[in-house]
Ligand binder design. Sequence first.
Ligand code: NAP
Length: 492
Amino acid sequence: MDAKSIVCKLQSSGLLRSQAFIGGKWTDAYDGKTVKVFNPATGDLITEVPCMGTKETNDAISSAYDAFRAWSKLTAAERSRILRKWYDLLMAHKEDLAQLITLEQGKPLKDSTGEVAYGASYIEYYAEEGKRAYGDIIPAPLPDRRLFILKQPVGVVGAITPWNFPLAMITRKVGPALACGCTIVVKPSEFTPLAALAAAELSVRAGIPPGVLNVIMGDAPAIGEALLASTQVRQITFTGSTAVGKKLMAGSAPTVKKVSLELGGNAPCIVFDDADVDVAVKGALAAKFRNTGQTCVCANRIFVQEGIYEKFADAFTKGVQKLKIGEGFGEGVVLGPLINDAALHKVETFVEDAISKGAKVLLGGKRHSLGRTFYEPSVIANVTGEMSLAREEIFGPVAALLPFKTEEEVIQRANDTNAGLAAYVFTENMQRSWRVTEALEYGIVGVNEGLVNTEVAPFGGVKQSGLGREGSKYGMEEYMEMKYVCLGNLSA
Ligand code: NAP
């Protein structure tokens, strides 16, 4: 089926929505303005969505605020049943949702299908976990007192998400927020609002009450400002660039909101001489090229020890050569286009900078003949710490190889960055794996493994990669406040 027929099919299934979702109603921007949503692989217009701003955001906040009272009063089991139904619907529409993600984001259909299952898993997980939002009882220091900790939902949450995982970055926030009784205003990226709107449509079918989940989009700074300014919004949860995350953190100060941030990374992937080369190549390929290199946990700097450097570089480059690039609906395609021209330009500039400073192109190193925003899967050798490829997030299908000599040296170089999200270590030496893992200043470490994401584990970074965790039992804490209750005078 071609992209145009898929659009028609999605329109008739009701999953391709072109309006925002406020207080249970499908809504246009109040001034009628729209933003165009394009297929990055073809440049075709998919649809237009509302370009909203302050007024619509304030209405979405009011809806969420009004809905909070009833939603937070439901029992955890009642909320769980509704969320479970939403999960079932997301999975029942896996194919439609995956096609929508490929259309708006460009990733291969197989990866989009994986994202739907991964994204839905957060709804399933938190449907269960909501029932386990336990408080605590503290032994009292006086005989006539009893001390309790209640866990209560924080209130209205403002969630801002990026384009690289149009569904999963939303469910990772909405799942725990709704499970513990919060209500939420979600702002997806203007590049990929359609999966969020489809998920909202399925939330209606699942019985999530009006106002509990609101989805708005448009003027990002205006929407951000309105969420920050509101005293009714008690928490901001954001996934995106470190620069915007810092702005949101600063903007949360006047109203002292809770802040959860999932920001950019600069992941080191360390391959020691004693690594199993096949395992390291497989792991590094997965860690580097997932979503065409556009993930926050992508292996950004592949450090390879001198003794294995040539062998690894050769095997890795052969592996990259086999990666088929093309439109996401194409047979056997594993890499798609970059999201837009700005992303393409950034990758191009980084590679030019590296070449001008002495790096060697082993493969690719230029735009792809497919045109548009396709970039050749590339391997760049002899990268040094002075090059942009090593200092900043590449966010494209370019692997940077950096030789190193000693364990001590590589730990120092791996930590020499403000980022601290994910790191990867490849070694067959157990003692070394522990030593290095403990020394790495990162929130996530994959040892002999390149794919680390799962809803049951805490995802998040240290240093300037973020605050808080998503997924697992820890992810729920972000959306709850602790209330200490002192019951006194028991003996009277
Ligand atoms: P981005 O430019 O920061 O955008 C993220 C979101 O913030 C989008 O919805 C964007 O809206 C919105 N936004 C932009 N400026 C804003 C402002 N002034 N106020 C409020 N909202 C604003 O990041 P991106 O390019 O979409 O995503 C890539 C980045 O996300 C990378 O750095 C990546 O590492 C990071 N990321 C981190 C994680 C993690 O879990 N740590 C996961 C995925 C991605 P518009 O798009 O509508 O402009």
